[in-house]
Ligand binder design. Structure first.
Ligand code: ADP
Ligand code: MG
Ligand code: ZN
Length: 485
């Protein structure tokens, strides 16, 4: 993009809520990539005349928890509305959404970017239902068909609308990742973008640098991955800047993203914008949020990931890279903190190194998640206690940990049964060092004649003869004393 402009980007994020049943009926929520199409359907979500919707309280609670995490103002009474339009993925001919009276308004999310923290204001958070899923196929005879899967129709969706507070692609990426992590922390969304559980719409405009007024925006619909979303926004920033440079004006319109050709295409202009003819849903009473619901939602709020990140840096002294990896998944952060509290002498850096190094290495190799590994935080703490207490050295600790991961045994058990206790006794180690030196007189004189690189060789010999159990610090000390000329 040319440098003469400031970009303003606002996002509408649609997140499916992981509830047991759909938003307005008792149909189960099934994995769309696994379940047989059109098997989780009833008259309500199929839009049969005369069927009546009932609000899913679990979805309301999930939405409430998200709204509170975003520090929104929750509306005591909100209202469902019918958004009327025809499309093959919408059997009722309207979508039940919230319009004039959303669940919550005016929140914000602090977002960490490579260039520091930004604050993204949230305009509104509202509940609605998903539409059916359309799949466009080419039949063997060359005909095109659109297949409809009603399993998705009626799945609860939470729409989170930001203010146009992002100005770069990096900020967009950081915001959407932070929001996804937050939803995962709250347990309301799997974050599995490949399964379409989070979808984006981006509003993009440009204004001359220094100009206080926002430029005319376009809205890009149906962006279903980080890559597609950032690609579409980058394209649009470029297109608008070229247009403005040439003296043109940006038309307010709705665009689609053509992935094959990597361009945005106009879907409709402002003049032909939909008139959705919103009106209050006559089959649903206003949604009332009671003080009891508010306190229940508050009680179930986990510490927000950005706060956890800051705490890891300030209280634990971890670097941003470590704090980021540890807080990215709530289960990992929980594991880390439980390990620390279980240690005799909690050492955040030691705990972080072991989880990010050895444990993540094992998880990568084995394909196990942190919930699946057979070592508990308490067991890892037990191993680290042995290491800190000098019972075993670091190299042995790695071997023990590997065995713990394979067998589920405790560190103390493995160390005892396999006699892995570190040899720290000064006299024993001195004997060992002396023996190695007398056994290798040529290396000793070579060392004393300047081949100092042999030091590592001596160290390795002693370690080897001790079965890897010698205390490395003591060996170094004795070696230094005995190799002096
Ligand atoms: P609409 O239904 O018209 O799309 P919404 O309230 O759903 O209205 O969404 C408006 C979105 O557009 C918000 O995310 C907002 O931040 C963003 N937006 C509004 N004006 C601009 C602008 N000039 N440039 C970029 N984004 C904008
Ligand atoms: Mg919009
Ligand atoms: Zn149903």
């Amino acid at each position: 993009m040319k440098t003469g402009y400031t970009a303003d980007i606002g996002l509408e994020v649609h997140a499916e809520l992981q509830t047991k049943s759909k938003m307005f009926c008792a149909c189960p929520i099934v994995d769309l990539t696994q379940a047989e199409p059109n098997t989780a359907v009833c008259p309500v979500c199929a839009g049969m005349p005369g069927s009546l919707p009932v609000v899913n309280q679990q979805a309301v609670m999930a939405g409430l928890r998200v709204a509170l995490s975003l520090e929104c103002e929750v509306m005591g009474t909100s209202q469902f509305a019918r958004k009327n339009y025809f499309y093959p993925d919408l059997p009722k001919g309207y979508q039940i959404s919230q319009y004039e009276y959303p669940l919550a308004i005016t929140g914000h999310l602090p977002v960490r970017t490579d260039e520091g923290w930004i604050n993204v204001r949230i305009r509104r958070v509202h509940l609605e239902e998903d539409t059916a899923k359309l799949t466009h196929i080419q039949a063997p005879n060359g005909e095109s068909h659109s297949l409809v899967d009603l399993n998705r129709a009626g799945i609860p969706l939470l729409e989170i609308v930001s203010e146009p507070d992002m100005h770069t692609i990096n900020q967009v990426r950081a915001y959407t990742r932070s929001l996804r992590t937050l939803l995962q922390y709250l347990g309301v969304n799997s974050g599995d973008l490949e399964k379409g559980v989070i979808r984006f719409e981006a509003n993009v405009s440009l204004r001359p640098v220094g100009c206080p007024d926002l430029g005319t925006r376009v809205e890009i619909k149906n962006l279903n991955s980080f890559r597609i979303m950032t690609g579409a926004i980058a394209y649009e920033l470029e297109r608008q800047s070229i247009l403005l440079d040439a003296g043109g004006v940006v038309q307010q319109e709705t665009l689609g993203w053509d992935e094959a050709n990597q361009v945005t295409l106009s879907q409709r202009s402002k003049e032909e914008a939909h008139d959705y003819r919103y009106f209050p849903e006559p089959d649903l009473p206003p949604l009332v949020i009671t003080p009891g619901m508010m306190s229940e939602a508050r009680e179930n709020l986990p510490e927000r990931p950005d706060r956890r990140f800051r705490r890891y840096v300030t209280d634990f002294g971890l670097d941003a890279y470590q704090a980021d990896l540890l807080t990215d998944e709530k289960a990992v952060a929980d594991f880390f903190e439980l390990t620390l509290t279980s240690m005799a002498q909690p050492d955040p850096t030691l705990g972080a190194n072991w989880i990010l190094g050895e444990l993540f290495g094992w998880m990568n190799l084995s394909g196990q998640s942190i919930e699946e590994i057979p070592v508990s935080p308490r067991s890892l703490a037990g191993l680290l206690d042995h290491l800190q207490g000098n019972v075993i050295n670091a190299a042995t600790a790695k071997i023990v940990f590997n065995e713990m991961l394979q067998t589920g045994k405790e560190a103390s058990e493995i160390i005892r049964d396999e006699h892995l206790q570190q040899v720290t006794d000064q006299d024993d180690l001195e004997k060992l060092v002396k023996r190695v030196l007398t056994d290798h007189p040529e290396q000793v004189s070579a060392f004393q004649n300047g081949k100092t690189g042999l030091y590592h060789w001596f160290f390795g010999r002693v370690m080897q003869e001790s079965g890897g159990r010698a205390d490395p610090i003591v060996i170094r000390k004795i070696l230094d004393e005995n190799l002096k000329v």
